[in-house]
Design a protein around this ligand. Structure first.
Ligand code: SF4
Ligand code: SF4
Ligand code: SF4
Length: 263
């Protein structure tokens, strides 16, 4: 059943965007938003706690339900304690598995080198912990002041953007068969559909799986060039409305890729 996109969007806007999957939707907040429009209860977002469950009930004109409980204590704003992940860097073996697992690209490092978590970006979703073969990632309470409403909305917007960029990169990595597989494949199609309808989100294109029959280099290159041009065009359009450092960097990277392909 197709849900009105605007309702999915309004629900998604209230969800924390940690993409943790604790609501039972492995691929994160958007699939849960869609499922709510199809009748699922709206009290299952664990990091959102009671405030998100109540906001969703009001939006949907449904009775208020008690929010799913978190293992963390409730903070002053009624949501569960915010947490951060920290790598015990001297124990890290540089296997890179945590990088693919992090939905918001908060971990930096490369093969056989120590990895670090960018604390400001970490949402404490815990998804990097199971893949770590040496169990060197700890969770600590976030001692920063709680965000106000405007800061929370800005944070959610940034996390959503980062997740879409992550999906696009993982989609490419999957089809190129590079890097370790540390989580089930994301259902990219839903995100691609949503990003195509929302100009503010990075473009997600579902890459086709490699063919068994050889494809002529020329046609492959032509398809790749077309994809890059589409992405560049969209980013240029977005940047002409509002400057954004991350999008500017993405634009530069894509332009370089385009130039490299064009030889
Ligand atoms: S933040 Fe909430 S809605 Fe999003 S994936 Fe986690 S539990 Fe689900
Ligand atoms: S570093 Fe770990 S806990 Fe933090 S956002 Fe990434 S996957 Fe989640
Ligand atoms: S998964 Fe663990 S050992 Fe591997 S790079 Fe990440 S922190 Fe280091």
């Amino acid at each position: 059943m197709n849900s009105p996109i605007s309702l999915v969007q309004s629900i998604d806007a209230l969800l924390p965007q940690t993409q943790c999957g604790l609501c039972g939707h492995r691929d994160g907040c958007l699939p849960y938003a869609q499922s709510i429009t199809e009748g699922e209860n709206a009290n299952k977002c664990v990091p959102g706690g009671q405030p998100v469950a109540d906001a969703l009930a009001a939006l949907l004109n449904r009775p208020k339900l008690q929010a799913e409980e978190s293992v963390w204590p409730v903070q002053a704003d009624g949501r569960p304690q915010r947490i951060k992940a920290v790598i015990r860097e001297d124990e890290c073996i540089g296997c890179t598995k945590c990088i693919s697992a992090c939905p918001v690209d908060a971990i930096i490092g490369s093969g056989k080198l120590m990895h670090t978590i960018l604390t400001d970006l970490c949402t404490g979703c815990e998804l990097c912990i199971p893949p770590c073969p040496v169990d060197c990632i700890d969770l600590v309470e976030d001692d920063q002041p709680l965000p106000n409403e405007a800061q929370r909305i800005a944070e959610q917007e940034d996390l959503r953007q980062r997740y879409y960029a992550h999906i696009q990169r993982e989609e490419k990595r999957r089809t190129d068969r590079k890097g370790p597989v540390v989580r089930a494949e994301i259902d990219t199609a839903l995100f691609a559909r949503f990003s195509a309808l929302n100009e503010q989100l990075p473009v997600i294109e579902v890459a086709s799986k490699p063919e068994h029959v050889p494809v002529a280099l020329d046609s492959k290159t032509t398809i790749e060039l077309a994809k890059l041009r589409t992405q560049i065009k969209k980013l240029e359009k977005q940047l002409s409305v509002r400057e954004d450092v991350r999008k500017r960097t993405q634009l530069e990277e894509l332009t370089q890729q385009l130039q490299a392909l064009q030889g």
